[in-house]
Design a protein around this ligand. Structure first.
Ligand code: AMP
Ligand code: ZN
Length: 469
């Protein structure tokens, strides 16, 4: 498998740190509003990367954070007159709903910045002790970029050029910086902001430190893949490398993967430009599977321009696959025979080639555009060769083949007749209400009812989690 590594700017063969395992960290959203479909691009892309690794037999540990302490969250909380934790909890819940709609699987762990403060204090202290960070008069802690030789290696920037570019910019409150490239690890609280105690001042962490700390805690000092949108290369990921490698004394991530932007009218879709659609808005018009299919129709490193035409063509493409699967489903009961005919064996050989083509595309830096083209060829083969005259063995095999490749792309091919997620959530809410009212008998009865329906609940620090068993 080859992966384009931003660090080397070349496609490199994937060699995991530990055979058979992949440790992956993907920077997640700042939770102060509904996510927009630009934010959805890395979610869908890297969920697909995860799925493909699993298809290849790897065990994947996938960590993705929620940034739940940030100026924008605080601003929104102040506007609404509520605590910032209320804002972040609300939008984490909404984000999880959007992820489910797009068939983005929950990460192995979704850490939240506010739950990881002790680890941050520890890493900042290590950086101070090693001379990589310093404390300014007001208690702000800065990272000393000059102390890290590799600074600039990810973004391929030269530290001296960076400095001259910044020379004229005076940022109020940052006069104490030794160097204009130095960045904040910890900053003093302001009125109306959440804060924590520390050895330097009552305050809160800078943004970059959270990812270094969460990656270390949940995956270790060294990880295989670190990913996010390309706007994160500089300064966020550059700073993460500086922090992690200075604190841990080891290379941080082997591969750095960055998705290109989702644009609209050829401009980056972003909250600040106001040119965005939320996932929720798209869901009013389309099945979110269409959005997923649209995102995967381009290579993740190519800019993708959002348009109604492209969404329509993705809708039609997806429909073609779903219709083929429905046709195969309709053959159930009409076909028989467990042994392939000679003719079917030649079709199977063609199908093998198409599966190999799909894999070759995915092995080549996750080229989902070419992989989808191979999938369409498989669908065409199925449409032209599977019929009521086929053997059962053949019809079932074609169905299994298409389903397996769709699974890699996160496309659900068969409508779930089973229990809907919304039904489960509703029962969980009832159970929570019963617990709150101290009606534990009722709460236990609901838990048992869910178990009978094949749903297992787990009470965790982050709330109730459930899975199908
Ligand atoms: P944010 O909440 O802005 O930190 O973004 C969360 C993730 O979405 C990051 O990985 C960003 O790089 C990514 N992202 C934001 N806007 C876009 C966009 N228009 N296209 C692709 N990725 C984006
Ligand atoms: Zn990050």
């Amino acid at each position: 498998m080859k992966i384009f590594n931003t660090l080397s700017r070349t496609k490199e063969e994937f060699v995991p740190l530990e055979p058979g395992k992949v440790k992956m960290y993907v920077c997640g959203p700042t939770v102060y509003n509904f996510i927009h479909i630009g934010n959805a691009r890395p979610m869908i892309v890297f969920d697909t990367v995860r799925r493909y690794f699993e298809y290849k037999g790897y065990e994947v540990s996938y960590v993705s954070n929620f940034t739940d302490v940030d100026d924008k969250i605080i601003k929104k909380a102040n506007e609404e007159g509520v605590d910032s934790s209320e804002i972040s909890a609300r939008y984490i819940a909404e984000c999880r709903k959007d992820m489910e709609g797009m068939n983005v699987r929950p990460a192995t762990v979704h850490p939240q910045a506010t739950q990881e403060i002790p680890g941050m204090l520890q890493m900042i202290q290590t950086l101070i002790d090693k001379g990589h960070a310093y404390v300014a008069a007001d208690g702000t802690v800065y990272f000393r970029t000059r102390s890290f030789k590799g600074y600039g290696k990810l973004s391929h920037k030269n530290i001296d050029e960076l400095q001259s570019g910044f020379r004229e910019i005076r940022v109020t409150g940052e006069e104490d910086k030794e160097d204009s490239n130095d960045f904040v690890l910890w900053k003093p609280k302001k009125e109306g902001e959440p804060y924590w105690d520390s050895a330097w001042c009552k305050g809160r962490p800078g943004w970059h430190i959270e990812c270094s700390v969460m990656a270390k805690r949940y995956l270790g000092d060294q990880i295989d893949i670190h990913a996010g949108g390309e706007d994160l290369i500089f300064p966020h990921h550059e700073n993460e490398i500086a922090q992690s490698e200075s604190a841990n004394g080891k290379p941080f991530a082997t591969y750095w993967m960055h998705n290109a932007f989702l644009n609209i009218d050829n401009k980056k879709m972003s909250k600040s430009l106001g040119n965005f659609f939320t996932v929720r808005e798209i869901a009013e018009k389309y099945d979110l599977q269409v959005l997923r299919f649209f995102m995967l129709s381009a290579h993740y490193r190519s800019p993708l321009n959002f348009s109604a035409e492209l969404m329509e063509s993705s809708k039609n493409g997806l429909e073609r696959i779903l219709t083929a699967m429905e046709r195969l489903g309709d053959l159930d009961g009409k076909v028989s025979g467990d042994a392939l005919t000679e003719e079917e064996k030649t079709y199977e050989a063609q199908a093998d080639e198409l599966t190999a083509k799909f894999e070759a595309a995915m092995d080549d830096d996750f080229n989902t555009a070419d992989a989808i083209a191979a999938l369409f060829e498989l669908v065409k083969l199925s449409n032209s060769t599977a019929s009521a005259d086929s053997t059962k063995a053949y019809a079932e095999d074609m169905k299994r083949r298409i389903r397996t490749l769709c699974d890699v792309l996160g496309i659900v091919t068969e409508k779930k007749e089973e229990l809907l997620d919304s039904t489960v959530e509703k029962l969980i809410e009832e159970r929570q209400a019963a617990r709150k009212a101290k009606d534990f008998a009722k709460a236990d009865a609901i838990r048992q009812q869910l178990l009978d329906m094949g749903i297992e609940l787990k009470d965790t620090r982050e709330g109730v989690k459930w899975k199908r068993v």
